[in-house]
Unconditional design. Structure first.
Length: 212
């Protein structure tokens, strides 16, 4: 739902931007711990450690992030388009308005991450791990989510008028994906289980082959 999603984005973005100091200090792995608009586009970052970093507008497009560690990272508006983040760890990261379009995320982990408003359109993400993640306003259209784990995720919102919106799964391949325990959340962030019929209707997909 656009209004609630915008509120989520605004609050999360303000929190993250406020945490970025004017001068970045070097991280132990050689990457900056904080930055505004830094570019890693096309770079070989296999196994790099971005854990706990604070980035705004970072560009990782086309980068090799296989096995990289981004757990606990806070990023606003980062671009991971066409990046290869196979088996990367984004556990408990807070990623606001991030673009993963056409990225490779096979076996990547987003356990308990916040991904409000993220774009996963057309990703290759077999066996993706997202249990307990906040997926409000996420776009999974055309994604390969075969055998993905999306258990106990926040997938839908309901406003005061009763309008319901869910993450977009249109044309996604969800065969074998686990969506059990998916939740719908209200304006006060109270959540409850969402039924399969609502998830199919508002997620714009029959969710064929998924476990609901």
């Amino acid at each position: 739902m656009i209004r609630i999603t915008t509120a989520y984005l605004a609050i999360a973005a303000i929190t993250i931007v406020a945490a970025v100091p004017p001068a970045a200090r070097g991280a132990s792995s050689g990457v900056p711990s904080s930055c505004l608009g830094c570019s890693f586009s096309g770079r070989d970052l296999r196994g790099s450690d971005f854990s706990g970093t604070n980035y705004v507008g970072a560009n990782f497009s086309g980068a090799n992030l296989r096995g990289a560690k981004l757990s606990g990272a806070k990023m606003v508006g980062a671009n991971f388009r066409n990046a290869d983040a196979t088996s990367a760890d984004f556990g408990k990261a807070k990623l606001v308005g991030v673009n993963f379009q056409s990225a490779t995320l096979t076996g990547a982990s987003f356990d308990a991450a916040s991904l409000v408003g993220a774009n996963f359109k057309g990703v290759k993400a077999q066996k993706l791990q997202m249990p307990g993640a906040d997926l409000i306003g996420v776009n999974f259209s055309g994604a390969d989510l075969r055998d993905a784990n999306l258990r106990d995720t926040k997938l839908c919102t309901r406003d005061d008028s009763g309008r319901i919106d869910c993450a977009d799964f249109s044309n996604a391949d969800v065969r074998g994906a686990d969506l059990r325990g998916a939740m719908i959340c209200g304006n006060n962030d109270t959540c409850s289980p969402v039924d399969a019929a609502t998830l199919r209707d508002r997620g714009h997909s029959a969710l064929s082959g998924a476990r609901l």
